[in-house]
Design a binder for this molecule. Structure first.
Ligand SMILES: Cc1cc2nc3c(=O)[nH]c(=O)nc-3n(C[C@H](O)[C@H](O)[C@H](O)COP(=O)(O)O)c2cc1C
Length: 201
C-alpha cells in the first residue's frame, strides 16, 4: 500500500476494447486529470489480458490464465481505480464482468493476496459514456454494487454518465461540456482523496 507521502497509483480501465471507444477516451481523460493532481496512472486494456470466458469446468481443468495473474498483480500494486464502462442492454459489459470474475478466482501467490483481496477498501470512480440519451447510467448502480460487495471497493459517490458521447469530445480529446468536465474532475479528485486517506490510516 502507498505510504502517505508517495504518489497515489491508479489503474485506468475501460469496459470496452473497441477501437475508438468513447469509454476508453473518457477513462484516459480521467487518467490525465489524475496525473495533473500528482497521481501515477497505469492504463489497462482488459482485452489484452486475453482471458477466456469464465467457465468453472475450464477453471478446474487449466491453470490460472496469465491474464488473471496479471490483473491480480495490477490491483495489488495500485491504490485505486478509474473505470469507464459502457452499458450493454442496461448491464456492464461482459468484458468487465468476465475480467473481474477471473480476478476473484485467483488464489494468493507470488507475494500477492488472492484476487478479490487485492481490491479491498481501494477507491474506484465510476464513469460511463454512450452515444445514446442516457449516457450508460443504468449500468452504473450495478457496477457500484458489483465492486462494493464481493470486491469490497470504496465506490466514491460522485459519478459521471456522458450522453451523446459521439459528440462529447473535441479533437484534442477534451470534453466540450464544461459541466461534464467539472463532474469528471470531482470524480477523479474524490478517488485520489480516498486513496490518500487510506494510505494515511
Ligand atoms: C450489445 C450492445 C448493447 C448495447 N446496449 C446499450 C444500452 O443499453 N444503453 C446504451 O446507452 N447503449 C447501448 N449500446 C451502445 C453502446 O453504448 C455503444 O456501442 C458505445 O459506443 C459503447 O461504448 P464504447 O464506445 O466505449 O465502445 C449497446 C451496444 C451493444 C453492442
Amino acid at each position: 500500500m502507498t505510504n502517505a507521502l508517495a504518489p497515489v497509483r491508479l489503474l485506468v480501465i475501460a469496459g470496452s476494447a473497441r477501437k475508438g471507444s468513447y469509454n476508453r477516451q473518457l477513462a484516459d481523460l480521467a487518467g490525465h486529470k489524475a496525473q495533473a493532481l500528482g497521481a501515477q496512472t497505469t492504463s489497462v486494456d482488459l482485452a489484452a489480458l486475453d482471458l477466456p470466458l469464465f467457465h468453472a469446468d475450464w477453471d478446474a481443468q487449466h491453470s490460472v490464465p496469465p491474464g488473471a495473474l496479471k490483473l491480480r498483480e495490477l490491483f495489488a500494486s495500485h491504490d485505486g481505480l478509474l473505470l469507464a464502462c459502457p452499458e450493454y442492454n442496461a448491464l456492464p459489459t461482459p468484458l468487465l464482468i468476465n475480467s473481474f470474475d477471473w480476478l476473484s478466482t485467483v488464489p494468493e501467490g507470488e507475494g500477492h493476496p488472492g484476487g478479490a483481496a487485492t481490491t479491498v477498501s481501494k477507491p474506484v470512480g465510476l464513469l460511463a459514456a454512450s452515444p445514446g440519451a442516457l449516457g450508460g447510467i443504468r449500468a452504473l448502480p450495478i457496477v457500484r454494487t458489483f465492486l462494493s460487495t464481493n470486491f469490497a471497493m470504496v465506490v466514491v459517490p460522485e459519478q459521471l454518465g456522458i450522453s451523446q458521447a459521439d459528440q462529447a469530445f473535441d479533437e484534442a480529446g477534451a470534453l466540450k461540456s464544461a459541466g461534464y468536465d467539472k463532474i469528471l474532475a470531482k470524480v477523479v479528485a474524490s478517488v485520489i482523496q480516498q486513496a490518500r486517506w487510506r494510505a494515511a490510516a
